[in-house]
Design a protein. Sequence first.
Lengths: 148, 645
Amino acid sequence: MEKIDEIIDGYVDEEGVLIQILLDIQHELNWIPKESIIEVSRRLQIPISQIYRVASFYTAMSLTPMGRHLVQVCLGTACHVRGAPKILNKVENTLKIKAGETTEDMMFTLRRVNCLGCCAMGPMIVVDKDYYGKMKTQDVGEILERYE
Amino acid sequence: MPKTNSPTELEDLRREILSKRDSNKPCIAICAGTGCLALGAQRVINAFKEEVKKQGLEANVDIRETGCPGFCEKGTVVVIYPKGVCYLQVQPEDSFEIISAIKERKIVERLLYTDPSTGEKVIYEHEIPFYKNQMRLLMGNNTKIDPKNIDDYIALGGYGAISKALSEMTPEQVLEEVKRSNLRGRGGGGFPAGRKWETTRNAPGEPKYVIVNCDEGDPGAFMDRALMEGNPHSVLEGLIIGAYAIGSHEGFIYARQEYPLAVENVNIAIKRAEEYGLLGNNILGSGFDFKIKVHRGAGAFVSGESSALMTAIEGKVGEPRPKYIHTSESGVWDKPSDLNNVETWANVPLIIDKGSDWFTSIGTEGSKGTKIFSLVGKVNNTGLVEVPMGTTLKEIIYDIGGGIPEGKKFKAVQTGGPSGGCIPEEYLDTPVDFDELAKLGSIMGSGGMIVMDEDTCMVDISRYFVDFLCDESCGKCVPCREGLKGVRKILNDIVAGRGKEGDIELLEEIGDVMSEASLCALGKTAANPILSTIRYFRDEYEAHIEEKRCPALVCKDLISYYIDPERCNACRLCLKNCPADAIDGEKKLIHIIDQSKCVKCGTCFDVCPPKFSAVKKISGEPVPPPIPEEKRVLVKDKKSKGGQK
């Protein structure tokens, strides 16, 4: 909770900061727990319902705990025509979860994203901050094994 | 930090920066844009730094980490100045050879561009066909600038336009100049920027806001990312000039959080500009005040729409609102707000610097200047391409893009993202500008250009965009929300082999309603990908519906995989990789796919070595029966077996 207050303190006297604060919380805790929403509501004097609406609208915010590693499979058009659906399929089969889900051991959260702007490298996956371009289905297993 | 208090002081500073630089000193410019970083550019940069140290050349050679030079296909791109020797696909281990070559004034032949048709090597960046056929007014400086170093931008004459505007021109004159240039919005709408500025300037209410839209959401487009990452000061300079003309003292940059490097670089750029007196109070001693805040988007395509973006800046859910209230008159917190796209802003300093006459000499009657396109998909030279408006699709895809890889046949080019359409081969001679592409049922949009070859199924592409838009529609208005759901169901049926007569007509009808009745541009244009593919590729829809056949062999439910017994070498690669255990076989026993178990993931097709190419894809015809048990033992004469090993 201290962290949350620290984040909010960084935005005193500024208007329209709700999204920025929620992004910072997401970044810090890797998800947005209920307690943090209550705290934000109390400090900013914004109704809880409104905060939930914002947090559930934007894809960058998660209202459930996320895995240690975030795997994003790009499904932008350029990646799509170069076979991204097959890559997603392979990642789903390897992790045994569907896009949007987290593995039981809380190791991986899998997401599909609509374009990361690395279109020339497609198909493309990003694990945490590591970008992997020109992906082939055969490479998926080996890449995921690097993360513990 | 040298704070500059007047245009003269800025000029002095520029001279001082230049005097400290030796224009003959070799400089190694390495791309550190997101694309090349994805290919391992950071390791290349580190290797070069170490190598320079090792050879004791710190004082003789500079290393510059730059933004994206555009030739992403051949990354990591390394350019050696002052001459502009261009090395492609550079790996960390090449650093020794390149640095030694610089020392000995030689050239590393093997890393140069090779012309695929003649086999000739090309030494200099500007002679490579990919670059030679472009006009890089906005992108050209990317390799000459370290985006984190404001001095690099100033050395090239940067912030000269703001200095000219503030000292020699009234806000009215700046506005007139931009109006005369007929600069149209690069985000896709194509609305004249000058007129938009004027509306905000004349609208009652204070404060007025100016906004950079860097919520580049169109899948397949990354022009704005490259500008924001590679040359953020050019965008800031444009924004400050716009603010001066409009009478605004506060600006926002809305950047999507999917672009972390762009956010980082623009934040650094703002800080530096403030330190140099180019942002903040009393800019260059002119009495003009202006500050900028960066707002990170949180991942919502619809928030790139101007009215939605403004509600997002207010910290609310980014949903659009009806268009009868113009944001230029009543935008952020109901104040007059002018919003332009990154590329539009980046054009402004050029117009002020060189004049509107110069700008209008480039381009077509209705569309002036250059446009950056992201040329991606099934094309040899993928990357960012900047050309004068009016360049034909063929010139872009073939002369610059180098045509279609692997000798495949061109099928269509998709322009304008989810609001655009697919243009077939017969229109390749069309000059690209705002008006011409609209006539073909597509739009130029923000500049995404996705090339598709014969292996792309147009029904699948249409479904792809509908899926995308279903995800991203905010759901506020009925035609968009329900219309998209309706067409998604029909398209899902068609690709699954459940299409029926009348489906195409129904798609067209729903499409028309969505175009007429949706609240914002997302819904109004959502039908374009469907309508344009029906218009040009109706036969593919009909094949799916009537013959249950996918001509491009893409739609999972309409294709089957089988192993050609004549070609199978029983190598067990497919068998080991099959996630469904659907392949039967062993060493020296020809493999067979059990069709009832096959999930059609295509893994076997991908892993089968090209020299065998035993796995086949078929559609619209029955799968040949598996060969009888007794014929499955692989018989090969010794000679051919020896050859294989």
